[in-house]
Design a protein around this ligand. Structure first.
Ligand code: IMP
Length: 189
């Protein structure tokens, strides 16, 4: 197996991603005024946020939050980099790469809601709705996807594949055995 070139299936092409992001930017621009605060969750949301802001016709402010999980799937999350700004009285949109069980988002939304923003909504690029454990309202959704492990456009496995310009479906067993399994197939030439 070592050295075998494996090409995972493409789920969303660059063009599809960009048209989804443009649609979300139009929806946000219609729903909010200048001064909207976009809170992006590091690190997976960075490519999405970067494309999203470039299509907004309103003037947003951007801030970042970083979290770490105590143990996957438990929903126990800790903020390791907090926001720089006070969100009290602000219109806030939380920008997420993917919502899976919803546990992470529920924690973050709860934490931000305690700070009394004027409004708080979620904009998620990908929604794995079938995996949801806790109900998680998502006001702005890019794409609904099936229960698959996805990589690219910010999403990683062990910090790899974030820089892929499209989204592919990976096999977790392959990746656990060989985290670099798709590197040659996705990036070479
Ligand atoms: P949740 O708490 O189960 O909703 O998990 C959300 C987080 O898990 C996301 O912000 C990602 O960091 C990670 N995640 C969930 N599904 C995937 C995936 O398919 N690929 C990569 N990361 C994922």
């Amino acid at each position: 197996m070592t050295g075998e070139v494996v090409r995972p299936r493409e789920l969303l092409s660059t063009a599809e991603l960009h048209s989804g992001v443009r649609r979300l930017a139009a929806e946000l621009s219609a729903a909010y005024d200048d001064g909207l605060l976009l809170v992006a969750v590091l690190k997976g949301s960075v490519p999405f946020l970067a494309d999203l802001v470039r299509h907004l016709t309103i003037q947003p402010e951007v801030d970042f939050l970083a979290i770490s999980r105590y143990a996957p799937g438990t929903g126990r999350v800790r903020i390791v980099k907090d926001l720089d700004v006070d969100i009290a009285g602000r219109d806030v949109v939380l920008v997420e790469d993917i919502v899976d069980t919803g546990l992470t988002l529920t924690y973050i939304v709860g934490e931000l809601a305690r700070r009394e923003p004027r409004s708080l909504a979620v904009c998620a690029l990908l929604d794995k709705a079938v995996r949801r454990i806790v109900p998680t309202p998502i006001a702005f959704t890019g794409f609904r996807i099936d229960d698959e492990f996805v990589l690219g456009y910010g999403l990683d496995f062990g910090e790899r594949y974030r820089n892929l310009n499209r989204v592919v479906a990976g096999d977790l067993a392959d990746l656990r055995a060989r985290p670099d399994a798709y590197v040659a197939g996705l990036f070479a030439g």
